[in-house]
Design a binder for this molecule. Structure first.
Ligand code: KIV
Length: 276
């Protein structure tokens, strides 16, 4: 059965971990749906992973919508969260609400916003009042990378961890149904998780969060150039795809593919007419 915001709370309360993955396209979403993953994030990481952009700054809400539509067609039984891209919710609350509603109309069940300040808290409240569940995102927040100063581990001191917790509690009070905690020591993430009612979803934040999320392409080993420490590779799809494509190329060049098995035959009468 498709999960809803209450299902995630029940999972945290019962101690069962929440398993979340990213998806950007129809066929991947379909497999994730079949595997019974609890929720899918159409993350703005798709800017780099699916579109080859330099970072997440460039992608727009209009572009995100296309991917949300594709994923929602494939994952019909899975709760889908759409990431709100950079500056699609920071200008004013009306802009945020309008773009959030576009994501829901495209097929998402909820949206995700990065960071916490008074404008974001108001937006979270307005979204929830309007029927749009919100997933928060604290710790390392890629959309603030230029002000953070790079891919830095957050919550490295007790003071920094307390600051993240204060923001997490504000997001909880504003109505977020869960919060992503990215890139922080496991002990800090546990402390934050233990002091919140709502679930936390960790990425590079240890095993004590209420759930985990990773970029699907990373765990499937689609890329060879870079593997973050927190990623476990469950497959080597790059190797499998490269080998298959190379074999295809060689078979075409050497007249092995297509064989009779992959060809259609003209019936003998028509063949004779053609050759008379
Ligand atoms: O964009 C993304 O994929 C994300 C996560 C992996 C949390 O924000």
């Amino acid at each position: 059965m498709k999960k809803n915001v209450h299902s995630f709370q029940k999972l945290k309360d019962s101690g069962e971990k929440i398993a979340m993955l990213t998806a950007y396209d129809y066929s991947t979403a379909k497999v994730i749906d079949e595997a019974g993953i609890d929720a899918i994030l159409v993350g703005d990481s798709l800017a780099m992973v699916a579109l080859g952009y330099r970072d997440t700054y460039i992608i727009t809400a209009e572009e995100m919508k296309i991917f949300v539509k594709a994923v929602s067609k494939g994952a019909v039984n899975t709760f889908i969260v759409a990431d709100m891209p950079f500056m699609s919710y920071n200008i004013n609350v009306e802009q945020g609400l309008e773009n959030a509603s576009k994501m829901i109309k495209a097929g998402a069940s909820a949206i995700k916003l990065e960071g916490c300040n008074k404008y974001i808290l108001t937006l979270v409240q307005r979204c929830v009042e309007s029927g749009i569940p919100v997933l928060g995102h604290l710790g390392f927040t890629p959309q603030l990378m230029n002000t953070i100063g790079g891919h830095k581990i957050q919550g490295k001191t007790a003071e920094m961890t307390e600051e993240i917790l204060v923001n997490a509690q504000k997001l909880e009070a504003a109505g977020c149904f869960a919060i992503v905690l990215e890139l922080m020591p496991a002990e800090s993430a546990k402390y934050i998780t233990d002091n919140l009612k709502i679930p936390t979803i960790g990425i590079g934040a240890g095993s004590e969060c209420s759930g985990q999320i990773v970029v699907t392409d990373d765990i499937l080993g689609k890329f060879t150039d870079f593997k973050p420490k927190f990623v476990k590779k469950y497959a080597d799809l790059h190797g499998v795809v490269l080998e298959s494509i190379t074999q295809y190329k060689n078979e075409v060049k050497n007249l092995i593919f297509p064989s009779q098995d992959e060809s259609f035959e003209l019936n003998p009468e028509e063949f004779d007419k053609l050759n008379s």
